[in-house]
Design a protein around this ligand. Structure first.
Ligand code: 13P
Ligand code: SF4
Length: 333
């Protein structure tokens, strides 16, 4: 794998300072590059609205992995964060995988350094390891099955009840899954900076102001927030719920990018982002929001930054990801 400083050199040489003619129609240019290079743009719901609008596929982490595993494009442009692009590379090592900003990382993935997790795992030699996809390729290589927020409950339930399980890196998702399945999971103590920012007090006040509103939350939120929710689900789950449910108002506890699709699919409904617990930070993911339409254009034009994963890590990490995809396909997820 290229080291981060090598990525930086590529980023700086490749495109960081490149001038873009402001009169250029970036949407048209990106469409042209897509055809020329047989490229597909996969975007997570947390990307800025312009990127969601130009993407070939927008989805949650499970949907994006499924698309990455079956695309016949030559180039996958991953409008998301590093672990997502890395997962695409692991599933399609022969393809070129690009990430618009090489610094688009993830606080949750960072909260679980593989060398420390390896030591943690050694304390439970009889346990199987389920890791949330929001982690590094090295961590996936230490795992038995990967999961996402769409299928974590079903992945845990796919193992026999007496099987000991280590679950990482997200302690909030882990606690939620343990509660739903009645299983005693050994949890790694990691978390996402965006989903831990919501204020129970402010949400309570907002619910009083909008008594008919449904409060919906992502399972990466703390249990004190999830306890208040009418519905808990992945970003796709939250989007589908907001479309199918008859309510006209929704208070949404997840990254604010999802509101773009919610509003687009439901123009007459009102979506209110759940308030954070301080006045300056907001529920935008600073990593996801590093990608911009300009960087997307330059990344496609220059085919940089490109994602690389060492072959030995790919060989180990692909198995738990494929196991997740097989279980999800079997269950129609
Ligand atoms: P999902 O895509 O599974 O909803 O997870 C959200 C997230 O935090 C991605 O970084
Ligand atoms: Fe990571 Fe949280 Fe950002 Fe998702 S929202 S990329 S889990 S920091």
């Amino acid at each position: 794998m290229l080291k981060m400083d090598t990525f930086e050199e590529i980023r700086v040489k490749g495109f960081a300072d490149e001038y873009i003619d402001p009169s250029l129609d970036l949407f048209a240019e990106i469409e042209k590059l897509k055809k020329e290079k047989n490229a597909i743009i996969l975007a997570h719901y947390y990307q800025e609205s312009d990127i969601q609008d130009i993407a070939d596929y927008i989805g949650d982490s499970l949907g994006l992995s499924q698309q990455a595993s079956k695309t016949d494009a030559d180039v996958i442009v991953f409008a998301g964060v590093h672990f997502m692009a890395e997962t695409a590379k692991i599933l399609s090592p022969q393809k070129k995988v690009l990430l618009p900003d090489s610094k688009a990382g993830c606080s949750l993935a960072d909260s679980c350094p593989p060398h420390l997790f390896k030591k943690f795992k050694e304390q439970y030699p009889d346990h199987l390891v389920i890791t949330y996809v929001n982690c590094t390729a090295e961590l996936k290589a230490l795992s038995d099955i990967v999961c996402t927020s769409s299928n974590a409950i079903q992945i845990v339930e796919s193992l026999p009840p007496e099987q000991g399980i280590i679950f990482g890196p997200d302690r909030n998702l882990g606690k939620y899954v343990a509660k739903k399945t009645g299983r005693n999971l050994v949890l790694w103590n990691g978390a996402c900076m965006v989903h831990e920012i919501f204020s129970r007090e402010k949400i309570t006040r907002l619910k009083e102001r909008y008594p008919a509103a449904k409060f919906i939350a992502h399972p990466e939120c703390e249990d004190s927030i999830l306890d208040m929710a009418d519905y808990i689900g992945s970003t796709t789950g939250l989007l589908n719920y907001s479309t199918k449910n008859a309510a006209q108002e929704f208070i949404v506890a997840t990254e604010s990018g999802i509101l773009h699709q919610m509003q687009r699919d439901n123009p007459t409904k009102t979506f209110i982002p759940a308030p954070p617990n301080n006045s300056c930070a907001c529920n935008d993911c600073p990593h996801m929001k590093r990608n911009t339409l300009e960087k997307l254009y330059l990344c496609m034009k220059n085919e940089l930054p490109e994602i690389f994963v060492p072959a030995d890590i790919i060989a180990k990490a692909v198995k738990p990801i494929e196991r997740m995809l097989e279980i999800s396909a079997r269950l129609g997820l």
